[in-house]
Design a protein around this ligand. Structure first.
Ligand code: 5GP
Ligand code: ZN
Length: 112
């Protein structure tokens, strides 16, 4: 499959791996928007949240708990944000569902 994140999971495209288990993989974003910017992806190729199904419920929750663990490992005790962009208008550019973990600076609201 011609998917950049599937290739990162498979190791055919290099990344700075930060976490891996049987269902999830996390790596540093190549263009960080904050001091900590990690992408947490399911190993299963789901193009976007719009394509997720009821059977993916536990997997989607798992990604959030991996984000929580990585936030603790990066000492983000003052707070952090998880972001899931779904669809072009939301700014999604890679169509393999991914959760952004962003932290280490003051966040603004609302997001742009
Ligand atoms: P999106 O805009 O789809 O929510 O987020 C895609 C993210 O993937 C962007 O933050 C972008 O910097 C990151 N990204 C795109 N290509 C690569 C890559 O080859 N390696 C890594 N580590 N991150 C990437
Ligand atoms: Zn993929």
């Amino acid at each position: 499959m011609d998917c950049i994140f599937c290739k990162i999971i498979a190791g055919t495209i290099p990344s700075k791996k930060l976490y891996e288990d049987d269902r999830a993989f996390a790596f540093a974003d190549i263009d960080p928007k904050a001091p900590v910017h990690v992408l947490i992806v399911p190993k299963k190729h789901i193009p976007s949240l719009a394509e997720a199904e009821s059977g993916d419920e536990a997997l989607l929750g798992h990604l959030q708990l991996v984000a929580k663990q990585l936030a603790a490992e990066h000492n983000l005790s003052n707070g952090y944000r998880t972001v899931l962009n779904s669809g072009e208008e939301a700014g999604q550019t890679v169509f393999h569902l991914h959760l952004h973990l962003i932290g280490g600076r003051q966040m603004n609201w609302p997001p742009g």
